[in-house]
Design a protein around this ligand. Structure first.
Ligand SMILES: Nc1ncnc2c1ncn2[C@@H]1O[C@H](COP(=O)(O)OP(=O)(O)OP(=O)(O)O)[C@@H](O)[C@H]1O
Length: 332
């Protein structure tokens, strides 16, 4: 299968006008033409197949939005090439727009003073969506995200959570093959985040829409995107599944054993004790391959074991460890 999105050795450099501090500096800035160069994206290559859901992760200023803007045709790469659905996005921006959907968490695409439904109708005309298709999509997508109570309200009167739900629905009304989302859950409360995440995962699964999203909320990734692309300083540092990242970092699982009566000190050859609360003992499992059954076999019989819990390291911990170890990983 040919990839639906391909970037090859893409770099984007911005020239920033040099500013000098203070009032005299502000005046000086007006008359000087000194520039500094920022490398926002640095030699990034990846490809994405139809139907994938990919999380594009990185700290502030890592170059995530710049890459999304190049894939949607808003920005032109300085060097390298971007291909989306077989086209160069910035050269065929209009044609590209027919087949992609875009949601920017920080910028609304809805008409501020109009009722939500009027923005949707305008979208229908701009994208020339057949009436029956539009009605079907509107009914189905609105029901999935519970838009009915505020479809007739002006966008400026909506809460952030309601507006974001409307933004996401609008981006899908023309049946795009690819949906780009730049921080779609930013500022939302837990209930709204949950609704948007479930919706995106369902749209990816049931409609086969390819999803590329940037976020700082790692739960978005956990619930929507099996694949991660991680960047920093514009460079690609990791591309693969969370499980692979977890394994490559040697991230350990946590094992908790709960006893009916204190068994005294316990040693498990493939796990190290991290805390002993008498009835509850916590271990870190050293061996990635050790199964729960192996661990319990090591424990042996004769203990009043009541409960066993084994926990994979959370995504927050995995990503934090990755960035903390970043110099070692990059030079490896
Ligand atoms: N239009 C622009 N002109 C000059 N510099 C820019 C421009 N857009 C982005 N940059 C710079 O490029 C770098 C990458 O910015 P970008 O917005 O892509 O980062 P990001 O990973 O999306 O960050 P955040 O998580 O904070 O949104 C930053 O140093 C930023 O200051």
């Amino acid at each position: 299968m040919a990839p639906i999105i391909q970037t090859q050795a893409v770099s984007k450099r911005f020239r920033q006008h040099k500013r000098f501090p203070g009032i005299s500096g502000a005046i000086k800035s007006l008359f000087t033409h000194d520039y500094t160069e920022v490398v926002a994206v640095n030699d990034v290559s990846f490809s994405i197949d139809a139907g994938e859901a990919v999380g594009y992760l990185g700290p502030n200023g890592a170059g995530k939005s710049t890459m999304i803007k190049m894939m949607t045709g808003i920005l032109v790469p300085t060097t390298g090439s971007v291909s989306v659905l077989g086209r160069t996005p910035h050269e065929q921006r209009m044609t590209n727009a027919w087949e992609i959907g875009v949601v920017f968490g920080q910028r609304s695409q809805l008409w501020w003073d109009l009722p939500v439904i009027d923005s949707f109708q305008l979208h229908r005309r701009i994208y020339d969506i057949a009436e029956a298709r539009f009605e079907e999509n509107l009914k189905h997508l609105s029901a999935m995200l519970g838009l009915a109570p505020f479809l007739d309200r002006a966008v400026r009167q909506l809460s952030l959570g309601q507006r974001m739900r409307a933004e996401v629905v609008m981006a899908l009304l023309h049946d795009p093959k690819v949906l780009f989302l730049d921080e779609p859950t930013i500022g939302l409360d837990v209930v709204a985040k949950d609704a948007v995440r479930k919706f995106l995962a369902q749209v990816n699964r049931e409609r086969g829409v390819t999803i590329i999203l940037t976020t700082h909320d790692l739960q978005d990734i956990e619930e929507i995107c099996p694949r991660l692309i991680m960047v920093d300083d514009g460079k690609l540092l990791f591309d693969g599944e969370l499980g692979r990242l977890r394994a490559s970092l040697g991230a350990k699982r946590r094992l908790t054993l709960e006893f009916g009566s204190d068994p005294g000190p316990i040693a498990l050859p493939s796990a190290s004790l991290t805390s002993d609360e008498g009835l509850r003992k916590h271990f870190l499992v050293d061996n990635e391959a050790a199964s729960l059954l192996d661990l319990l076999a090591e424990l042996g019989t004769g203990h009043d074991l009541r409960d066993v819990e084994i926990e994979e390291p959370g995504i927050e911990e995995v990503i934090r460890t990755f960035y903390q170890r970043r110099p070692a990983i990059v030079s490896a």
